[in-house]
Design a protein around this ligand. Structure first.
Ligand SMILES: *Cc1c(COP(=O)(O)O)cnc(C)c1O
Length: 387
């Protein structure tokens, strides 16, 4: 059989808008530190909400690292982190010398639960790293109330949550700092890239300096060209003008992008939920507006051993799948060696890593692709019942 259909799990949605925007940068002479970066920051802030201060950076991990530096979190401090997340969420904590304290997630949404945060607090806890799992917003009002009651900072990892809101507020604007990702598989891309976001003007100003070596002033602010001083131990986490031009073109189509994701997610969920032996990760909280990064489903325990086979059959028929995320972070070798791993402590995170698979819902699926994806995934998953 020759395969005629090929539906990747994720594929950047690139149009002539991006091509034109990048070419325009190449035709000029400013390749970094320029007007596109400023325009991307402004447009991103407008999309998120009035009080967002945005700073372009080289990745989401860079945004998270800068968050901890700017908020003064480091050696001797503990940061509560979800066990079920991308390793970047936790690496950022490790890099400032703070200790990550892992907590298990809600089995329904994959998100951190305010109740488990409370149980993990110690006198050394300084911050909570919140992750909006596959775009499902955490219960931020409850988390913020807890954080405020204990004097903790909140850092939001919004890598998969562009367009996610709790109530009317966009995620990333509840806590003290947030990171968004423009890696190719995310909602929008700039090749590589990220956005640091905060409600606090002074934190944004400090990150602006930290992302560029800690230099005291920008080129355009120097009275003597080439003359500057260095105030702090910064990094080079800048985004180029080529990336910013691309990100801006992508952001212009965000509403259409989100609509397509929601449409695909809802239809796929409505169909898959009739199948026994699996459940779909989602929230039924009426305040939670997901960004629908993907549709992640969990096979029930009796079917869990079939995951590899199910993914294999989908892949054979040209349908790309993924796993969010393949291990609870504390089970990854680096963390297991450093802190030890007690699997009893993360049953829900383990279940998501070991029994879930993710299907695509992005705007790269045209109508025919989507119909095929729905048809094939239904028939393959239906077979579970007979096994
Ligand atoms: C992808 C991802 C990241 C990393 O983003 P980069 O821009 O590649 O650094 C961080 N956190 C989460 C939750 C992610 O899914």
């Amino acid at each position: 059989m020759t395969l005629t259909t090929s539906i990747p799990f994720a594929k950047p949605w690139i149009t002539d808008d991006e091509r034109r925007a990048v070419l325009e940068v190449l035709e000029g002479s400013i390749l970094t530190h320029g007007p596109r970066g400023a325009a991307f920051e402004e447009a991103f802030g407008t999309f998120l909400g009035d009080d967002a201060h945005c700073v372009t950076v080289s990745s989401c991990m860079a945004a998270l690292h800068l968050s901890y530096i700017a908020l003064g979190i480091g050696a001797g401090d503990e940061v509560l982190v979800p066990a079920q997340t991308h390793t970047a969420t936790v690496h950022a904590v490790e890099w400032v010398g703070a200790k990550p304290v892992f907590i298990d997630c809600d089995p329904e949404t994959g998100n951190m639960m305010p109740e488990s945060i409370e149980r993990a607090l110690t006198s050394r806890t300084k911050a909570i790293a919140v992750v909006h799992f596959v775009g499902i917003p955490c219960r931020m009002p409850a988390i913020m109330k807890l954080a405020q009651g204990h004097g903790l900072k909140v850092i939001e990892d919004c890598a998969l949550a562009l367009g996610a809101r709790y109530g009317i507020r966009h995620v990333g604007l509840f806590g003290d700092a947030a990171g968004f990702s423009f890696y190719p598989a995310k909602h929008i891309t700039s090749g590589e890239g990220g956005m640091f976001v905060t409600r606090h003007r002074e934190v944004a100003e400090s990150v602006r300096k930290l992302r560029a070596f800690g230099v005291d002033r920008h080129n355009s602010e120097r009275s003597v060209p080439g003359m500057y001083d260095v105030l702090t131990l910064g990094l080079n986490y800048r985004m180029s003008e080529l990336q910013a031009a691309m990100g801006l073109a992508q952001l212009n189509r965000i509403e259409e992008n989100l609509k397509s994701r929601q449409h695909h997610f809802t239809l796929l969920k409505d169909n898959l939920k009739t199948i026994n032996g699996l459940r779909i990760i989602d929230s039924n909280d009426p305040q939670a507006q997901s960004s629908h990064y993907c549709l992640s489903l969990i096979l029930e325990e009796k079917n869990q051993h079939q995951r590899q086979a199910v993914m294999g059959r989908l892949n054979e028929r040209g349908i790309g799948t993924s796993i969010y995320y393949p291990h609870p972070v504390p089970r990854l070798t680096y963390y297991r060696k450093k802190y030890g791993y007690d699997k009893e402590r993360y049953p829900h995170a383990e279940q998501i890593s070991d029994a879930s698979l993710a299907l695509p819902v992005g705007p790269h699926l045209n109508e025919a692709d989507f119909a095929y994806l729905m048809d094939q995934s239904l028939s393959i998953l239906e077979e579970l019942k007979r096994i």
